[in-house]
Design a binder for this molecule. Structure first.
Ligand SMILES: [Mg+2]
Length: 309
């Protein structure tokens, strides 16, 4: 199956100026830009935990496996360069499934200008699992870490939150261009991508930076999916926006004057031409506490352990 699959795959992979040697030898060789550091991240997704196969389209699963890794490179403000992909496939229908997964990955790889540098495929009696390792490189503006937020920083987010389970958790749109643009043109102190829920990931940023936060509940951008899901679950749309996860938006800590510029200039819409709004949802404070301010201005202290789902 493997040689048949590689025979099918090779002509579908595009070349890349930094890929010196692609699939076919014992290892791939990448050439890095001068003075760039390598940024590496990996993620494993599996049937039953991250998706349900059969039941969802394998192309969308392939897309997601690649996109969540690119989202982690975006979170570091690194330029995506290459990925290696490992597929562990159920024995029955393995070849067709591998092809469909790649047909979900290849268009995304092309769109982000990265190469699929190599990988492995194997079959077994268990469920489908996909591991993707993404390789990026730093820009002259260096990386964006999660441990450099300071008291007084504004918290800015891209896009809207909540209800991703309804459909878009498979159609992840990594914010790579957005992160690179913002990091190049604005002073960003810290950032990460929101994979496990706005509250939980924001708290991770705070803990890494030894700061706390006041979150303005009314300013949290709520996705239409969160509104829709709230009608089915009995939870509020705000609760979905804070807790759901798999939004893959960026959470950034920036100086307040930068935040004011970002909000008024809306560079993602006006400069990059992507329909992604930036919103300020809170501020960092010196004490390591998580406060939520409701619509009446009342502050409630959140127990941090409440965000360990
Ligand atoms: Mg991440």
């Amino acid at each position: 199956m493997e040689s048949e699959f590689l025979h099918w795959l090779r002509p579908r992979l595009s070349s890349h100026p930094q890929l010196r040697l692609g699939p076919g030898d014992d290892a791939a060789v990448l050439r890095l830009a001068d003075r760039a550091d390598v940024v590496i991240t990996t993620d494993l997704i599996s049937d039953g935990t991250d998706f349900h196969y059969p039941g969802c389209c394998p192309r969308r699963i392939g897309h997601k496996a690649l996109a969540i890794n690119l989202s982690d490179l975006a979170a570091m403000a690194a330029t995506p360069l290459a990925v290696v992909v490992t597929l562990l496939l159920p024995r029955i229908g393995a070849l067709g499934l591998a092809q469909e997964l790649y047909l979900g990955m290849i268009p995304l790889a092309k769109r982000f200008g990265i190469c699929i540098a190599g990988g492995d495929v194997n079959t077994w009696d268990g469920a489908l699992a996909i591991s993707v390792t993404a390789i990026g490189q730093t820009t002259s503006r260096d990386i964006l870490r999660r441990d450099q937020a300071r008291p007084g920083d504004a918290i800015i987010v891209t896009g809207a939150f909540g209800g991703s389970i309804l459909k878009r958790h498979l159609d992840v749109e990594p914010r790579c261009r957005e992160a690179l643009y913002l990091n190049e043109h604005y002073q960003l102190h810290a950032g990460l991508d929101c994979s496990d829920g706005l509250a939980k990931d924001l708290w991770r940023l705070c803990q890494a930076s030894s700061v706390g936060v006041i979150l303005h509940q009314q300013q949290i951008p709520i996705h239409d999916d969160a509104q829709q899901l709230a009608q089915q679950t009995g939870k509020t749309a705000h609760e979905h926006a804070l807790g759901d996860g798999e939004d893959f938006e960026l959470i950034l800590a920036v100086p307040q004057d930068t935040a004011t510029r970002l909000i008024s200039e809306q560079p993602l819409i006006n400069q990059l031409g992507v329909p992604v709004k930036l919103t300020q949802i809170g501020e960092c404070i010196a004490t390591p506490e998580f406060w939520i301010e409701d619509e009446s201005g009342k502050l409630t202290l959140q127990p941090p352990l409440g965000y360990e789902h």
